[in-house]
Write a protein that binds this ligand. Structure first.
Ligand code: NDP
Ligand code: MG
Length: 393
């Protein structure tokens, strides 16, 4: 029986993964090693009981009594804290879904790869903060990374049977998020509720806001650079409001391979789960005649400064990705808490990168995971300080 784990099981990607696992036979078809969550203890316990998991882990120590109580008599072991999540990643498994949100997903994913496990990677932050390390870990332990981000799954599928040296460019599509059609002058006043009204995709809160600011696309550009090893000038972004083309690969002979489908994360998750085979998935059939037209427009970098910042991060490489992601996470925290305006998020990230550049060399080669975690920490501290200055000013 295939041994699986889901990190971030109670989130949007986690729930979709759980749904597919249940549809493909649940506890009768898979041996569930570990399920992890954060605050949603009741849901985590419910999933762990249904899949008869070995262990269920909440990220937060204070939730342990509630998790224990919810699992009483089930035979599922309960644990808590980030160390317990790391230990869960050390339990032997064949396939692991990495769907924790933020840099917290990095260490468990690394540990799973170090055991030679196939890692279905939704946590793009891992590639942005430590792409080289992650790929090197996978390579040295014979582990496979299967992209779950819909764009990267699309590119991965477009590249099956192709030679990377024949690739001229990769075109990432972007929905443009909830504020896509707003006039520029209104963006500064966008509220949290307004940024959360995503037109096409149902996702977790943080990535939905990042879609509106295009910080999500900025992370994905870096993710593309790291995962596929193409150079930054081979990566293009195009706004495609219908979210039907999930991304495209252009080859030197002029051919462009596009991946189309309805926007439903169960497709890329299911592809990663069943790879290299394809299974029937509960995804709505694409009806092009009903859609009528697919449209495209170029993104405006004054409207989306995150895209320009991503190019600067790629030019530096080294620890710049870790700094960028951490500053972005802090900016998002402040926007969610109401302390920063929508357009101020990019300002905070840029100011943090500037300040860090004056005190350390962001482009320094990454020696190991400790370097990445130290930069992640430092960038959070600096971004927190600058956010206070911005609020005071
Ligand atoms: P959600 O916010 O919906 O879920 C996040 C999951 O991580 C939950 O299980 C949450 O627990 C858990 N979690 C939160 N903080 C921590 C922490 N500090 N330590 C451990 N676990 C934690 O996120 P999404 O599912 O939307 O996204 C997950 C990842 O997948 C992100 O990296 C995102 O960028 C990526 N992704 C998501 C897509 C989507 O469609 N949602 C599409 C492409 C990529 P709890 O909820 O119980 O507190
Ligand atoms: Mg995506």
């Amino acid at each position: 029986m295939r041994r699986i784990s889901i990190f971030g099981a109670t989130g949007s990607v986690g729930e979709n993964t759980y749904d597919l696992i249940c549809r493909e036979g649940g506890a009768d078809a898979f041996h569930t090693v570990a399920l992890t969550g954060g605050h949603n203890v009741a849901r985590l316990a419910d999933m762990a009981r249904t899949l008869r998991a070995e262990v269920a882990v909440t990220a937060h120590e204070e939730n342990l009594p509630a998790l224990r109580e919810a699992l009483a008599g089930s035979g599922v072991h309960a644990a808590a804290g980030s160390q317990a999540i790391t230990e869960a990643a050390d339990r032997p498994a064949d396939w692991v879904m990495s769907a924790i949100v933020g840099a917290a997903g990095l260490v468990p994913g690394m540990r799973a790869l170090a055991h030679g496990t196939s890692l279905a990677l939704a946590n793009k932050e891992s590639l942005v903060t430590a792409g080289e390390l992650l790929l090197a870990t996978a390579h040295s332990h014979g582990a496979t990374i299967l992209p779950v981000d819909s764009e990267h799954s699309a590119i991965f599928q477009a590249l099956v049977g192709e030679d990377l040296s024949a690739v001229e460019r990769i075109i990432l599509t972007a929905s443009g998020g909830a504020l896509r059609d707003w006039p520029m002058e209104r963006l500064a006043k966008a509220t949290l509720a307004e940024t959360l009204a995503h037109p096409n995709w149902s996702m977790g809160q943080r990535i939905t806001i990042d879609s509106a600011s295009m910080f999500n696309k900025a992370l994905e550009v870096i993710e593309t650079r790291e995962f596929f090893g193409v150079s930054p000038d081979q990566i293009e972004v195009i706004i495609h409001p219908e979210s039907i083309i999930h991304s495209m690969v252009g080859f030197h002979d002029g051919a462009v391979m596009a991946h189309l489908g309805m926007p439903d994360m169960r497709h890329p998750i299911g592809y990663a789960l069943n790879w290299p085979a394809r299974q029937r998935l509960p995804v709505a059939k694409l009806d092009l005649a009903a859609l009528g037209a697919l449209t495209f427009r170029a993104p405006d970098e004054t409207r989306y400064p995150a895209l320009r910042l991503a190019r600067e991060v790629m030019a530096q490489r080294g620890l710049a990705g870790a700094a960028f992601n951490a500053a972005k996470e802090i900016a998002l925290d402040h926007f969610i808490a109401g302390g920063l305006g929508f357009m101020q998020m990019a300002g905070l990230v840029e100011a943090t990168l500037d300040r860090l550049s004056s005190e350390t060399r962001l482009g320094n080669a990454v020696g190991g995971l400790d370097d990445v975690l130290a930069m992640d920490h430092l960038a959070r501290v600096r971004a927190g300080e600058i956010a206070l200055e911005m609020r005071a000013g």
